[in-house]
Ligand binder design. Structure first.
Ligand code: AHR
Length: 618
């Protein structure tokens, strides 16, 4: 392998090349990155119907002591359902309440993670006939042990109308499978709505689970595509993600049932929170909006205007002045400064559908007229044939076998250099991937090396899906696996970290000499390490074969005397189908070693089925 590292060589890589795609799939946000512990906090999961679906809320007590029903009597008009509890028993008298009282509990998303010494804010709306004496507690999954407890007491006049209550609970112990209980031992009627429980220590207080957030920060993503995927489209338009329903006070958001991935979300993680997430990650937001097309239905181009206005309003929400209608709402939500929204995608995977082109042109014209600087992403793949419509970028999605993705190292060698390619979803899937194998990561690595070399054609690339809650695997594999308390990266996650310095770096010219193994592909970049302010050459090579490969690496333009501090990082394992798991989270992870024999002419051995990165101090 010859790398040309002379000062004149090389081409700048786009600042945005590697980022992440967050989709609300696999409970990635609801019951995942979004730290809300209560599932179905508004008792609304059936939509605005009676009886609504209060699942997973569960009744504590039997009908001799308690009646539980839902009513359309909430103080929130957009989510009108409230829970009614008629407590029939009392602390004394003929019908005595059972120990601990009667009421309801919420197990969260397959158990709440409650940790000793941490504080949790429980907030709810309540109304009562008579005075209120309600016990709020965090307990183990059977109601025992009690981890934290508080009593909320109010006079009849204090709760004769809806009142907001807030308690801080400090946990005395740790339990990863806890629940929130609201119970009473006082006869009377209580209505509850919008019950929330959040840990106080979310990332920057912005509501993101810190452990998952740290995994994302490690990736140094330069963009965040959100909120889907199919989630944006919906199986039916009535169930698609519509941003206006997800902004403003969380209590007033109606929530919706995502009918592609088949679960309810309270939409606590809404349009504002996605933009905040991008900002917190230092990533450029890329908003995918619904273009009037779902999987099963679509609006015609002559009636798409409300959707176009909705997209314009969503952009105004992100970056309009505080004097504008939607900019003012953003400011009221705590972010008067505009968000740095520069890219939008018109739908997801809709190219070829009857109304796509017509609808697309309406969006394109309106957005360019109002925001000429915004880059617009088309769903139509322009890599094989030129687009028949204007676009700044086009989506390219690929889910395939490991060997096929590896061979796509060359896919973008000859594609047009404009419009730019946005590889917004790629992954090895199927039996090569299982739930995240080394083999899958190596196939993906080959593809990414090709993207890096062709980064004058490809501007952005993101793996999909990013997250999976192991209790709701709607899609395999995924980059980061978690449950209420634990998490790990699949090999595909770790593979992406090898590219975390590539965005904004310089790609160097590399040549694999004739006769080199066909199982090897490579790429090299020049990048500056902000930690020591020094320049490094990173040479990355994948060996996709079952035999080790000897590689002679010649680096032209590298001073042979300044190579101390150079290192090598390898991602491999004993078996190519090895995966990480909660039990063995570090089975397939990168291993770093110092390079003893670094030089501008060095011999290296690439292990079978491995990904190696050589970091040479320039
Ligand atoms: O990444 C999972 C799904 O794959 C996305 O929702 C969709 O865009 C694609 O089909």
């Amino acid at each position: 392998l010859t790398v040309n590292a002379s000062d004149a060589a090389g081409r700048p890589i786009p600042e945005t090349l590697f980022g992440i795609f967050f989709e609300e799939i696999n409970h990635a946000g609801t019951g995942g990155l979004w730290a809300e512990l209560v599932s179905n906090r508004g008792f609304e999961a059936g939509g605005p119907n009676i009886p609504s679906n209060i699942d997973p809320w569960t009744i504590i007590g039997d009908e001799t002591h308690l009646n539980v029903s839902t009513e359309r009597s909430s103080c929130f008009s957009r989510n009108i359902i409230a829970l009614r509890m008629d407590v029939l028993c009392d602390a004394s008298g003929a019908n005595t309440c059972p120990d601990g009282g009667v009421g309801v509990y919420n197990p969260g998303f397959w158990g709440m993670n409650i940790e000793k010494g941490k504080t949790y804010k429980v907030l709810f709306y309540v109304k009562a006939l008579g005075s209120l004496n309600l016990t709020v507690s965090l307990t183990g999954s059977s109601g025992q042990p009690t981890l934290a407890i508080a009593n909320v007491i109010a006079s009849a006049s204090g709760v004769s109308d809806w009142s907001k209550m807030e308690v801080l609970l400090e946990a005395e112990d740790t339990n990863h499978n806890s629940r929130l209980q609201l119970t009473s031992t006082q006869e009377g009627t209580i209505w509850l709505d919008q019950v929330s429980a959040m840990p106080l220590d979310t990332y920057k207080g912005h509501g993101f689970r810190t452990d998952l957030m740290n995994m994302l920060l490690e990736m140094k993503p330069r963009f965040l595509r959100f909120p889907g995927g199919c989630f944006v489209e919906g199986e039916w338009l009535r169930n698609a993600f519509r941003w206006k329903e997800t902004v403003g006070p969380w209590e007033e958001r109606p929530g919706h049932f995502g009918d592609v991935w088949m679960y309810w979300t309270d939409d606590g993680l809404g349009h504002f929170e996605f933009l905040q997430l991008a900002e917190d990650l230092g990533a450029a937001p890329i908003w995918v909006f619904n273009n009037g097309i779902s999987h099963q239905d679509q609006v015609t181009t002559s009636s798409v205007l409300p959707f176009v206005q909705e997209a314009l309003d969503g952009i105004e929400f992100a970056r309009g002045s505080t004097d504008s209608k939607w900019g003012a709402l953003r400011a009221a939500m705590g972010h008067p400064e505009p968000f740095d929204l520069k890219y939008v995608a018109v739908g997801n995977e809709d190219c070829g559908k009857k109304n796509y082109l017509g609808n697309y042109l309406k969006f394109y014209g309106a957005i360019k007229a109002a925001y000429p600087d915004i880059g617009i992403i088309s769903n139509c793949d322009g890599s094989s044939k030129p687009l028949d419509h204007p676009a700044d970028f086009y989506d390219y999605h690929v889910y395939t076998s490991a060997s096929d993705l590896f061979s796509r190292y060359h896919t973008f060698d000859k594609t047009p250099r404009s419009p730019k390619v946005f590889v917004s979803e790629y992954a090895v899937t199927g039996k090569d991937a299982g739930r995240g194998s080394l083999l899958a990561a190596l196939g993906e690595a080959g593809f990414l090396l090709g993207i890096e070399k062709n980064s004058d054609a490809v501007s952005m690339a993101s793996y999909a899906p990013l997250f999976v809650n192991s209790n709701d695997r709607r899609w395999n594999p995924d980059a980061i696996v978690f449950n209420s308390s634990h998490l790990y990266g699949t090999p595909s996650y770790w593979m992406q970290l090898f590219f975390s310095e590539s965005s904004g770096a310089t790609v160097l010219d590399t040549t694999l000499e004739a006769g080199s193994s066909s199982s090897v592909v490579a790429s090299a970049i020049l990048w500056k390490n902000s930690k020591d302010n020094k320049e490094y050459i990173r040479i990355k090579a994948v060996n996709f074969g079952s035999s080790s490969v000897k590689l002679n690496i010649t680096v032209n333009g590298l001073d042979p005397n300044s190579l101390s501090g150079s290192s090598k990082t390898v991602l491999t394992s004993t078996k190519v189908m090895d995966e990480n798991s909660f039990g063995q989270p570090n089975k397939v992870v990168p291993v770093l070693s110092l390079l003893k024999a670094a030089g501008n002419d060095m011999d290296a051995v690439l292990s079978p089925y491995s990904f190696t990165s050589f970091d040479l101090l320039k």
